[in-house]
Design a protein around this ligand. Structure first.
Ligand SMILES: [Mg+2]
Ligand SMILES: [Zn+2]
Length: 198
């Protein structure tokens, strides 16, 4: 029997976005001290973890390519994130990161790649790596690109309407739209039970 997975976008879903005075925009954390994991996300994931889903992060991280931070800083953010989750006894099966951007300024990473959301590349990769049934799986995100990525991979999609990412959505058709992350629990459980009844 194949595994089921919940794919999570990272920035804005698992950790807070950070207001940067220089760009006047909410950005992903550019160094470990800027990383704040959202307590509600920890609570929700602890509950879902008991439901036998694999937990996987799918994240675009273009800010090194854009020249906004060093690659080392990005890696240190990832390390801190992983260690916080481990200390909470939350184990993600894998973190898939795309470091590219088509319009970056660091030549080596400024390419049109196949792994940047909305490309579904990492979901298909995860399906192979972890023997996942995508039809029984979910994508949780706060932007249209997360939803489009999920739909193209054939997973069910939930958009969380967080205010800080408002400008990055409105043109996708998620299966569900919620206002906060707690609402994903009954939705996933409901569909899970329906499938078990079949
Ligand atoms: Mg996001
Ligand atoms: Zn990429």
């Amino acid at each position: 029997m194949k595994n089921r997975a919940i794919f999570f976008d990272r920035d804005g879903i698992l950790n807070d976005l950070v207001y940067h005075n220089t760009t006047r925009e909410y950005e992903p954390p550019h160094n470990p001290t800027e990383l704040i994991i959202i307590p509600d996300a920890i609570n929700v994931i602890k509950i879902l973890q008991k439901e036998n889903y694999l937990l996987i992060v799918i994240s675009n991280q273009p800010d090194y390519a854009k020249g906004k931070t060093s690659f080392e800083n990005l890696l240190n953010v990832h390390k801190k994130l992983e260690s916080v989750f481990l200390s909470e006894k939350i184990s993600f099966s894998h973190y898939y990161y795309c470091y590219h951007h088509p319009d970056g300024i660091i030549a080596s990473h400024s390419i049109i790649c196949e792994c940047r959301k909305p490309e579904p590349y990492f979901l298909f990769q995860a399906a192979v790596d972890f023997s996942i049934d995508l039809n029984q799986s979910w994508m949780i995100g706060d932007r249209d690109t997360d939803i489009e990525c999920g739909k193209r991979a054939g997973v069910k999609t939930i958009l969380i309407n967080y205010p800080f990412s408002k400008g990055n959505r409105g043109n996708s058709y998620p299966d569900y739209v919620v206002e906060n992350i707690y609402e994903i629990i009954p939705i996933i459980n409901m569909e899970n039970n329906e499938n078990n009844d079949e």
